[in-house]
Design a protein around this ligand. Structure first.
Ligand SMILES: [Zn+2]
Length: 120
């Protein structure tokens, strides 16, 4: 069942690590911007509406990144305990090709389709 080689695991660990660093940087940047916007809001009430709209967009981006960060942490934990690359639903290999597109994928392509349909 395990078709993943050490070198591939290493590759995905590197990918996940650098993605994690990137996201943490992004989140820190968004938080900094939001703090700056909050200060602007206090100083300039006239522009309040547009600042709030921007905040909503920043928030949405931040939430999405935090979710990805969370999934990356799970994937990194899986690398440690040896379950990385195994579909959480059918316990088959997710497949290197799919993992290269999305290293923190939880399901194989078949199960992802089922999961998306049942999530509705
Ligand atoms: Zn599956």
């Amino acid at each position: 069942m395990r078709e993943m080689h050490d070198k591939e695991i290493e590759y995905f660990q590197d990918t996940l690590d650098s993605r994690k660093i990137q996201i943490e940087k992004n989140i820190a940047g968004v938080e900094k911007e939001m703090n700056e916007l909050r200060e602007l809001e206090l100083n300039d009430e006239g522009d309040y509406a547009s600042v709030s709209n921007d905040n909503m967009v920043e928030n949405a981006i931040g939430n999405q990144q935090e979710l990805e960060l969370f999934e990356i942490d799970i994937a990194l934990a899986k690398i440690k305990d040896g379950s990385f690359g195994i579909c959480e639903m059918c316990e088959e290999c997710v497949g290197v090709h799919r993992l290269k597109v999305k290293p923190h994928a939880k399901y194989c392509i078949d199960c992802r389709e089922i999961a998306e349909k049942s999530a509705v």
